[in-house]
Ligand binder design. Sequence first.
Ligand code: AMP
Ligand code: MG
Length: 344
Amino acid sequence: MKTRVVTADALEEAGQIIRDGGLVAFPTETVYGLGADALNSEAAARIYHAKGRPSDNPLIVHIAEIEQTERIARNITKKARDIMEAFWPGPLTVILHKKEIVPDGTTGGLPTVAVRMPSHPVARELIRRSGRLIAAPSANLSGRPSPTTAAHVLEDMDGRIPMILDGGSVGIGIESTIVDMTGEIPVILRPGYITREMLEEVAGEVEIDPAVAGRTMQKDVVAKAPGMKYKHYAPKGQLVLVEGSAEKVIQKINEMAKEKVLQGYRVGVIATEETIDRYCTEIRKSIGSRKNPDSVAAGLYRVLRECDELSLDYIYSESFFEEGLGNAIMNRMLKAAGYHLITL
Ligand code: AMP
Ligand code: MG
């Protein structure tokens, strides 16, 4: 199959592909998504096939209007409605009880459905023009870093899907916050740009699922968002995170990097603008500025993919504070590193 990279001019044609049960990759404000008709289980199955995604890892259903939630979800609580009204359109996914109409092929057999209304104009226009609700995970091969540009999508999906809508670089760069709204107290299943503090302002107490709160692989905690149990976002080389005071981190990373270089490995360092010049390796990637956490989120998957292009064997990275957006950034980095974290 030939994969075409097109602009928003091709939205009408993209809508037709979705109606015909095919796949279209498109930009959202978080990362690029790989979309198909959410209520057509054969179409949803094509997503799993193209990504190589395990079939029990459910998809998020994207809608263009808040009212479309009623078509696919039931028993929606007042708190859930408040949260949707406060943060939609935007980078928040809400887990609700599903209606019969949503096929098991979209929810991985779960009785619940994940729903999000994206704010990106191309995403919303694609949903509208297709006349369908669009199931879409991130448009990467399963396990690889999520795509933040159309070129990233092409790297992974060339020959696997007919069309990529190019909307330039995405704004946020990490996936949506997922909050389970099926119980009395909202539970965060995946941290993201919408933080716990932001949700609590609207909905009162909010919990964080134990499976995402941890800094180590938690084998005995059952993941409620099935995606949480898989290796994710990972570059091909071994990523190692180092945390502690800036000076100690710089010293330790330089030490480890030197040792691996002497052993003949290809080594890179991921650091922030503030400290990047302090590292001794030839390959250094700036993830963003510590003064601007948004820039770090936006740079994360780009630098991981750049490390892959350079075929690095070892990648040493600075860490981030786990508060606010830092929480989401560290969650993704820990997974990308397979929880290899050195605390000084
Ligand atoms: P992705 O779109 O690939 O970034 O991942 C979607 C995430 O949403 C995965 O981690 C899924 O496990 C999670 N998810 C989707 N539907 C549900 C659901 N019904 N309950 C819990 N988590 C879900
Ligand atoms: Mg994904």
